[in-house]
Design a protein around this ligand. Structure first.
Ligand code: SF4
Length: 457
């Protein structure tokens, strides 16, 4: 029993978090920055922070993640990191020649009060930023929010580059939120099938799930170019997938460039994908293709075939708010019971939204924003579940309580393949259902006595 000290009795806690269901802001900012073409993320803080952020992303995506650091030591910690960042910008453009440097702060540089826009101004005036190159920055103090907040802040910094235009390009901006690179690829495929010309950012497809070519390329030929990001101010509309990850950037595009935005859920499961497809079709004035209609029909068929196994099964979920909202709705739609839903990211709106989605459930649904894995485990100890869904860190609970466990979300450190097989869209829904059913039936096969061990269920 790895977590044998977790007691069953739930005590009220106000100032203590145990095994948080989140990680630090700059990790999100670094992941988002990788979705810009020719971008080198830069961590404005000490080397230890940068090493941790890079290793978290490397362990999840199984790709080497490059990033630079301001390398704070005692001097910078006391007097501020301006000199370090100025030198870093100069060195990076001279040695590595990226198109963009995306700087995020850390706990330390935020506490000192380093002012990124002022440092960038100085760097530009002193000609440390070569002509045609770009530096963007996002504040990511990790003592507030979570990796999701960091992701959102960096996407907002990208949207700030958009240029207002009186002439519309006819394109649609899609801000995909923190999904796997294969999910971003799938969103592009769905859009292209419906005939919608999109600009998506960030776009990490081909960056952190690229092919092995035998040649190291520090800046893969993938990601959204700065030219396209600037032109996103001329789009006819923006679809932001996920309130927590994408809405701030979409609202900035709206207020700055008058590009109207719709904030949607991430397209996980049938209903959320329906809403995404419908929004795409409406904003671009096209109609849904045969290909996408067929995929939807296949998902509905699979739901009806599998429904008998899903009905009434209790699920505990934890992870990031945008993903959890869409997944909870999907589980409700297939008559599973999302009994416990926990996110480490703060936000009262999350609890309200989950309560709305589950309001017609006959049994109680427990939900917690800014919660932790310890509380989730206590709830499970008091009343068990049939399935646990979330990132790698749930494996300890799954092992101790002997629960089938579906790895989904960030980070997944002990399995591979998640960066190649999408879970968004109708096709992604098929994959999710296949994985859920596989786990439930494997458990049935394991536990059934021999006289009930069936070849066909
Ligand atoms: S000090 Fe702050 S930014 Fe650095 S790794 Fe820790 S939580 Fe993250």
């Amino acid at each position: 029993m790895l977590l044998r000290h977790t007691p069953k009795e739930v005590a009220e806690r106000k100032a203590l978090m145990i095994n948080p269901a989140k990680t630090c802001q700059p990790i999100g900012a670094m992941y988002a920055a990788l979705g810009i073409k020719g971008c080198l993320p830069h961590s404005h803080g000490s080397q230890g922070c940068c090493a941790y952020h890079r290793s978290a992303l490397t362990r999840h995506y199984k790709e080497p993640i490059s990033a630079a650091t301001s390398s704070f030591t005692e001097g910078a910690s006391v007097f501020g990191g301006q000199a370090n960042l100025m030198q870093a910008i100069n060195n990076i453009f001279t040695v590595y020649e990226p198109e963009v440097i995306a700087v995020h702060t850390t706990c330390l540089s935020e506490t000192i009060g380093d002012d990124l826009p002022q440092i960038f101004d100085k760097a530009i005036k002193e000609k440390k930023v070569p002509e045609g190159k770009t530096v963007i920055g996002a504040p990511t103090p990790s003592y507030v929010g979570s990796h999701v907040t960091g992701f959102s802040n960096m996407v907002k910094a990208m949207a700030a580059l958009a240029e207002k235009s009186e002439t519309k390009s006819g394109k649609v901006n899609v801000i995909p939120g923190w999904v796997e690179p294969c999910d971003m690829e799938e969103i592009k495929r769905i859009s292209s099938s419906i005939g919608v010309d999109i600009t998506m950012y960030p776009d990490t497809s081909g960056v952190v799930n690229g092919p092995l070519t035998g040649k190291y390329n520090m800046f893969p030929d993938a990601g959204t170019s700065i030219t396209d990001i600037k032109a996103s101010g001329a789009a006819v509309g923006t679809l932001a997938l996920g309130e927590w990850c994408s809405a701030d950037a979409a609202r900035l595009l709206d207020s700055k460039c008058k590009v109207p935005c719709s904030i949607l859920d991430m397209p996980f499961g049938l209903k959320a994908t329906d809403r995404f497809v419908d929004a795409l079709r409406t904003v671009a004035g096209t109609s849904v293709s045969e290909e996408i209609s067929k995929e939807r029909g296949q998902l509905v068929d699979m739901i009806s075939d599998m429904h008998q196994y899903f009905y009434g099964k209790r699920v505990a979920l934890y992870g990031d708010p945008d993903q959890l909202i869409a997944m909870t709705e999907f589980l409700v739609s297939i008559d599973m019971v999302p009994a416990y839903v926990v996110t480490g990211t703060p936000g009262k709106k999350f609890e309200k939204r989950i309560k709305e989605i589950t309001k017609d459930m006959v049994c109680e649904v427990k939900v917690k924003a800014h919660g932790d894995m310890f509380l989730l485990h206590q709830w499970i100890k008091n009343e068990g579940v049939d399935l646990l869904m979330g990132n790698t860190y749930g494996k300890y609970i799954a092992r101790d309580e002997d629960i089938p466990f579906l790895r989904w979300g960030f980070p997944i450190l002990d399995r591979q393949g998640h960066q190649y097989f999408p879970t968004v869209g109708y096709k992604g829904g098929l994959r999710l259902l296949e994985n859920i059913l596989g786990l439930l039936l494997d458990r049935l096969d394991r536990d059934n006595p021999e006289e009930k061990f069936e070849l066909v269920y």
